[in-house]
Design a protein around this ligand. Structure first.
Ligand code: SF4
Ligand code: SF4
Ligand code: FES
Length: 255
């Protein structure tokens, strides 16, 4: 079934802009990105949109559809009433470059702030051994396609630009959690306490486990339940366990 859909698409740049109305044909089986491409091909040749794979794997086509952070290539037109208006706007938490394209460099900066995996001393590459359950735990987080929809939806930064310097956001707190629960990561032995840095440098305390990030993740990663809450628990154990506290003091003095 083909029909004409009513779209509102945000057009503009860093200096400002607004919603522009379009009526555009929709064919059976299409997704929002198909419609945006048709708009480019017909009446808005200069409409800026970022995309690559059209398969939900590159994480490029993130936007907000009727106010909800989503991948345009994975949002079927069939989920909308054909008579309803579909509104497409750029991700709100990041500065607009043009139209639906945002500057996501905040995320790259936060990625660089998380220290990499520290290889265990005395174990050659290729000799690493892990229990399957530890592999599975990391594997869930490794499904991330870096679409940054979780970063966009998190209320800590969504309307609070001032929180950005102190808060890494769910995607990168998840990365800290992944490394902290990695059985072969030798960070602690190298003087890097990932639980402390999660609190002091990546803003773990800002997260009040609302799970909004989890709700928008297109990979279905349980960011809050499987990464953020366990990291909070371990960070709290470390802070309030007197033996852990004493041990860390002795280690620091001996460092
Ligand atoms: S659970 Fe935490 S990180 Fe996720 S959206 Fe809520 S406050 Fe942000
Ligand atoms: S955790 Fe999910 S929502 Fe966040 S960047 Fe990765 S795939 Fe996207
Ligand atoms: S175009 Fe790659 S995730 Fe949508």
């Amino acid at each position: 079934m083909s029909y004409d859909a009513h779209f509102k698409v945000w057009r503009g740049d860093a200096d400002g802009g607004g919603l522009v109305d379009y009526t555009v044909a929709v064919n059976e089986g299409e997704v929002v990105l198909d419609v945006i491409h048709r708009l480019q091909a017909t009446e808005a040749a200069d409409l800026a949109v970022r995309w690559n794979c059209k398969a939900g794997k590159c994480g490029s086509c993130s936007a907000e559809i009727n106010g909800r952070p989503r991948l345009m290539c994975m949002t079927r037109m069939s989920v909308f009433d054909p008579a309803a208006t579909v509104t497409v706007t750029p991700m709100r938490a990041f500065p607009v470059v043009r139209d639906l394209v945002t500057d996501v460099s905040f995320n790259y900066a936060k990625a660089r702030e998380v220290p990499a995996f520290v290889p265990p001393p005395g174990v050659a590459a290729g000799e690493y051994r892990m229990r399957q359950e530890d592999v599975n735990r990391s594997q869930e987080f490794r499904k991330c396609i870096e679409c940054f929809l979780c970063q966009d939806t998190c209320h800590v930064v969504r309307d609070h630009e001032e929180n950005k310097p102190a808060f890494a956001g769910p995607r990168f707190l998840m990365r800290v959690a992944e490394l902290d629960m990695h059985p072969l990561d030798a960070a602690e032995g190298a003087g890097l306490d990932r639980k402390r840095t999660a609190q002091d440098e990546h803003g773990l305390g800002y997260c009040n486990i609302t799970k909004c990030c989890t709700e928008v993740c297109p990979e279905g990663i349980k960011i809050t339940d499987n990464a953020l809450i366990p990291l909070k628990e371990r960070a709290a154990d470390r802070k309030y366990d007197p033996l852990v506290w004493l041990g860390s003091k002795i280690r620091r003095r001996g460092a």
